[in-house]
Design a protein around this ligand. Structure first.
Ligand SMILES: N[C@@H](CCC(=O)N[C@@H](CS)C(=O)NCC(=O)O)C(=O)O
Length: 248
């Protein structure tokens, strides 16, 4: 569980639950969903990624990888959205979203791993299809990004955004997201929720990527079991609180 020692010592003074997050970020949405499901009171620190607010020394001193989200709970800093949601489930009252037996947990973990693996596909398609026109990359923005982002992988990503992504890579990412949707649909033909009869962290982990896939133009009607499941999750109050209230 990535509990980290922040360089920015000021966050150690924070009491209660604080989330450093971005409205449209799928990883942030995942953590906000769990906060809402468990009805945990929290303080919001919005980080505007397009204004490069995650590149400030203050924020990079909280999250050493220079991304959102980051959770601070009574001065303890937790990073990585899947670790944050497990931390929240472990440390707070409310519905238990991680099952307790070893066997059941092993049905949840693969969905979270899949979510981590999917991130590069989701991110690249998002930048290409949703951001390129709205937030076009420029040489100046890249220079600023490269000078302030400590994470070399992200600098390389931004360079590829500026120069244009490889069309073969984009096709591969489209296929990967399609496979992900297919895999969810197949699972939901057999079980009510992704990891069995109870809703769990697996569902909340995956739904943010399904939501993004719909915005990226994937046709969810092609996946009937998935679509029914997505409708059920969208009908929960947490979906509005954590997702549509930020970006309709
Ligand atoms: N594995 C991380 C991924 C976090 C991540 O990629 N965050 C994105 C937003 S969804 C970000 O902050 N990107 C900033 C950038 O690429 O400059 C997690 O699950 O928390």
């Amino acid at each position: 569980m990535p509990i980290i020692e922040p360089e920015n010592h000021l966050v150690r003074e924070l009491r209660g639950v604080h989330l450093f997050h971005s409205p449209f970020s799928n990883c942030s949405q995942r953590t906000r969903l769990i906060l809402a499901e468990k009805k945990i009171p929290w303080e919001s620190h919005v980080i505007n990624l397009m204004e490069f607010e995650h590149l400030t020394p203050d924020y990079q001193g909280i999250h050493p990888k220079g991304v959102v989200p980051a959770l601070v709970h009574d001065g303890t800093v937790v990073i990585e959205s899947h670790d944050i949601i497990q931390y929240l489930d472990d440390h707070f009252l409310g519905p238990k979203l991680m099952p307790t037996t070893h066997h059941e947990k092993n049905l949840v973990f693969p969905w979270m791993e899949l979510g981590d693996d999917l991130q590069i596909s989701i991110k690249t398609l998002t930048y290409e299809k949703l951001f390129r026109d709205k937030f076009p990359p420029t040489q100046e923005k890249f220079a600023y990004y490269a000078a302030h982002q400590r994470n070399p992988n992200l600098v390389d990503f931004y360079r590829r955004y500026l120069e244009g992504f490889d069309p073969d890579d984009l096709a591969g990412y489209e296929a990967t997201v399609g496979d992900f949707l297919q895999r969810i649909d197949k699972q939901l033909e057999r079980t009510v929720w992704l990891a069995g009869p109870q809703i769990s962290l697996a569902d909340f982990s995956a739904v943010v990527n399904v939501h993004r896939a719909s915005k990226l133009g994937f046709n969810l009607n092609d996946y009937p079991y998935l679509e029914h499941w997505y409708n059920r999750i969208q009908a929960r109050p947490s979906f509005d609180t954590a997702i549509t209230a930020y970006v309709p």
